[in-house]
Design a binder for this molecule. Structure first.
Ligand SMILES: Nc1ncnc2c1ncn2[C@@H]1O[C@H](COP(=O)(O)O)[C@@H](OP(=O)(O)O)[C@H]1O
Ligand SMILES: [Mg+2]
Length: 252
């Protein structure tokens, strides 16, 4: 039986390849492509989890919520396509597949984020990330970059950037933004106003393992496998930026 982290990585990569094939071959675009990709990626993830981890529960954006997960010891939290809007749009690489594993006593214990259009899958180990061509136009300069949603940026985005002496960079997908911080292309990801557990679980598992600070905008911990899966805000940042960012977000 493979290690949970290896399985998370394999599943995210396999779903990502499927999504690339669907995007290349289906002729679909926009919402139709998003819906097809969501459905088929979800089917792949559920089938493989059922085969390889039959005793575990699953929480997926694209499946009915089976509340037996609330009594489970182990819950896979998956987002078959994160950044669905960008997946449906040509020339966008800022979309992802998220696979995380939550444990009742230990919280997030494994996670993988695939960025299929870049051909990379990040997993929650402490190995340094090699510099590869990423999502932002140029590497980090002297000014920290704060990545935010391209469609629903928080009101405090510019205030956060000002607090760290940096600039705002819009990008799609929670996973893609979090991995931009992991790669060092950006320095912080801030979000508020709405999101669900599957949007952040795998990105946070990976980012935390790479030494980044992850938490809510009031400074509290991100808590997963709750009855209500709405988890509307988060910060993922280099640890030295945490206090300056919280100084803005906690007051908002
Ligand atoms: N205000 C909001 N309410 C609910 N979900 C939100 C949201 N803002 C962002 N999200 C979700 O968070 C993910 C990343 O968003 P963004 O690309 O805007 O940063 C997307 O997931 P999905 O693509 O899986 O739906 C998006 O739907
Ligand atoms: Mg999502």
């Amino acid at each position: 039986m493979s290690d949970d982290r290896d399985l998370a990585g394999d599943l995210a990569t396999a779903a990502g390849r499927l999504l690339m094939d669907i995007r290349a071959e289906s002729g679909l675009r926009g919402k139709e492509l998003g819906a097809e990709g969501d459905r088929r990626s979800n089917d792949l993830l559920l089938a493989r989890l059922a085969a390889e981890r039959p005793d575990d529960s699953v929480l997926s954006e694209e499946s009915a919520d089976d509340k037996r997960r609330l009594d489970a010891q182990r819950v896979w939290i998956v987002d078959p396509v994160d950044g669905t809007r960008e997946y449906g749009t040509d020339d966008h690489a800022d979309w992802a597949v998220h696979v995380a594993l939550w444990h009742a006593d230990r919280g997030l214990i494994a996670g993988a984020v695939a960025l299929p259009a870049l051909g990379i899958t990040y997993v929650d180990d402490s190995e340094p990330v090699s510099p590869v061509t990423g999502l932002a136009a140029s590497p980090r300069g002297e000014h920290p970059r704060v990545v935010v949603s391209a469609s629903r940026a928080p009101d405090f985005s510019q205030a956060v950037a000002d607090a760290v002496g940096g600039e705002v960079l819009p990008m799609g997908s929670a996973g893609a933004k979090a991995m931009a911080v992991v790669r060092g292309e950006a320095d912080a990801y801030v979000h508020a106003g709405g999101q669900y557990e599957w949007d952040s679980a795998a990105p946070v598992a990976v980012a935390a393992a790479k030494g980044l600070w992850c938490g809510r905008i009031d400074g509290s911990e991100l808590v997963y496998n709750q009855d209500d899966t709405y988890l509307p805000d988060l910060i993922i940042c280099r640890p030295e930026l945490r206090d300056a960012i919280l100084g803005v977000t906690a007051a908002s």
